[in-house]
Ligand binder design. Structure first.
Ligand code: GLO
Ligand code: NI
Ligand code: NI
Ligand code: NI
Length: 386
C-alpha cells in the first residue's frame, strides 16, 4: 500500500485526541474514554510513529504515587508492544479551576509559581518517556475583559516563566526544544499571543531564543480567518518550526479540530507540499479528534485516515512538482532579469546602477501571469484527473 503511513514522517497523536470521549460544551461524552493501553493499541494498529501527552492525560492530577507508578508501567508496556515513541510532552495548564484566570499570566503570584512548578514536574515526566520537544499552549492565558488583566504584564510574566523553565531544562540536561502554540480565542474570549507570529516576535526577547520555536496549529489561525500556510512559512523560513499540529477547521467557526484534510483540501495540499518541499523533519502531530458521533472503531478509522490523507497529499505534491506543464508555467511566472541581482546586496555602486536602470513600468506591467491556468492544473491534480 503506497499510502501506508511512513514512520520517517513521524506521525503522532495525543493521548487526549484519540482518547477524546466526544464531550462538547453542550453535551456529555458519547463514547467511553479508552485507557492508555487501548490508545496505544489503536495507534499501533493504525501504524502511527508516536503518542504525546499532557501530564494529566497520563497521570490524573490527584493520583497517588502508587497509581502513578501503575499507569506508567502500563503505558510503557503499551508503547513497547506497539513500537511507539513519545516525541513530545506538554502541561495541562487549563483544566483545573486553579487556572481559571491563567497560569503563567495569572494575576496571582502563587498561581504563577504553581503553574511553573507543575510544568517542571511535567517536564520530568516527559523526559522519563524520552520526549525531546516540549509544547506550551496557554489555554487560559487571556481575558474576557481587559479591565481584569494587564496585557503588557502578561507578556512579561510569560517571558519570566519561560526563562525560568529554560534554565531548568539546561540544568536537568533534558535537551528539550520548547515549541509555543498560539490560538486566537477559545476557551478564553481573547487569548494572549493570538497568532504564531506573536511568538516568533517574542522568541528573540527570551534568555534562550535558540531553545525556543513554535508549534502552529491548522485550526488556530484558520479560526481567525487567516492563511495558516503563510504562518507556517514564516516559522519555517526562520528555522523555528519545531513541531506542527495538523487538523482541519472551517473559518469563523468554533474550534472544530476536524480530521486533517477533511474540509480544506487545497490548504492542506499546499501545507503538505511546503513541509515536504522544505524537508520539515519534526513530528507531524494530529491534534484533532473523531466526530462526536463516532464509536471506537470509527476512531481507528479517524487515526488511519489522518495519516493516509497526508500520504496522498504528499504524492499529489510530488506530482505537481513533476508536472511539465506546471513547471513550464512556473518558469514564465518567475522570469529572472539580470537587473534583479543588483538588489541582492547593497553597495553604493549597485545603488547607482539601480537608480540609472531603465525600468519601464508600462512594459513591466505587460508580463504574463497565467495564474488561471496554473490554478486549474492544481485543481485537476487534486481532483485526481491529472
Ligand atoms: C487546543 C490546543 C491543544 C494543544 C495541547 C498541546 O486548542 O490545540 O490541544 O495543542 O494542549 O499543548
Ligand atoms: Ni487546538
Ligand atoms: Ni482545538
Ligand atoms: Ni494544538
Amino acid at each position: 500500500d503506497k499510502y501506508a503511513p511512513d514512520k520517517k514522517l513521524k506521525f503522532t497523536f495525543g493521548l487526549w485526541t484519540v482518547g477524546n470521549p466526544g464531550r462538547d460544551p453542550f453535551g456529555e461524552p458519547t463514547r467511553q474514554k479508552p485507557d492508555v493501553r487501548q490508545i496505544c493499541d489503536i495507534l499501533g494498529t493504525a501504524g502511527a510513529y508516536g503518542v504525546n501527552f499532557h501530564d494529566n492525560d497520563l497521570i490524573p492530577i490527584d493520583a497517588t504515587p502508587e497509581q502513578a507508578a501503575q499507569i506508567k508501567s502500563e503505558f510503557r508496556k503499551g508503547l513497547k508492544d506497539n513500537g511507539l515513541v513519545v516525541p513530545m510532552a506538554t502541561t495541562n495548564l487549563f483544566s483545573d479551576p486553579v487556572f481559571k484566570d491563567g497560569a503563567f499570566t495569572s494575576n496571582n503570584a502563587s498561581i504563577r509559581a504553581y503553574a511553573i512548578q507543575k510544568t517542571m514536574r511535567a517536564m520530568d515526566l516527559g523526559a522519563e518517556f524520552g520526549a525531546k520537544i516540549y509544547v506550551f499552549w496557554g489555554g487560559r492565558e487571556g481575558a474576557e475583559s481587559d479591565a481584569t488583566k494587564n496585557p503588557v504584564d502578561a507578556v512579561k510574566r510569560f517571558r519570566e516563566a519561560i526563562d525560568f523553565l529554560c534554565e531548568y531544562n539546561i540544568e536537568q540536561k533534558f535537551g528539550y526544544k520548547f515549541a509555543f502554540e498560539a490560538k486566537p480565542n477559545e476557551p478564553r474570549g481573547h487569548m494572549y499571543f493570538a497568532v504564531t507570529g506573536s511568538y516568533l516576535a517574542l522568541i528573540p526577547t527570551l534568555a534562550h531564543p535558540e531553545m525556543c520555536g513554535v508549534n502552529p496549529e491548522f485550526a488556530h489561525e484558520t479560526m481567525a480567518g487567516l492563511n495558516f500556510v503563510h504562518h507556517v512559512a514564516q516559522a519555517l523560513e526562520m528555522g523555528k518550526l519545531f513541531h506542527i499540529d495538523l487538523n482541519d477547521q472551517e473559518m469563523g467557526r468554533f474550534d472544530e479540530d476536524f480530521r486533517f484534510g477533511s474540509t480544506s483540501y487545497k490548504s492542506a495540499f499546499f501545507l503538505v507540499k511546503m513541509l515536504e518541499d522544505y524537508k520539515y523533519n519534526g513530528p507531524r502531530h494530529f491534534d484533532s479528534h473523531a466526530y462526536r458521533q463516532s464509536d471506537m472503531q470509527d476512531v481507528g478509522a479517524f487515526a488511519a485516515g489522518s495519516m493516509r490523507t497526508y500520504m496522498i497529499l504528499k504524492e499529489k505534491a510530488a506530482r505537481w512538482n513533476a508536472d511539465p506543464e506546471i513547471q513550464g508555467l512556473l518558469k514564465v511566472i518567475n522570469a529572472q532579469d539580470p537587473i534583479s541581482k543588483l538588489t541582492k546586496n547593497y553597495s553604493s555602486g549597485n545603488a547607482k546602477k539601480l537608480l540609472a536602470a531603465p525600468l519601464d513600468r508600462v512594459e513591466l506591467a505587460k508580463a504574463r501571469l497565467p495564474y488561471e491556468q496554473l490554478d486549474q492544473l492544481t485543481a485537476e491534480i487534486l481532483f485526481g484527473v491529472r
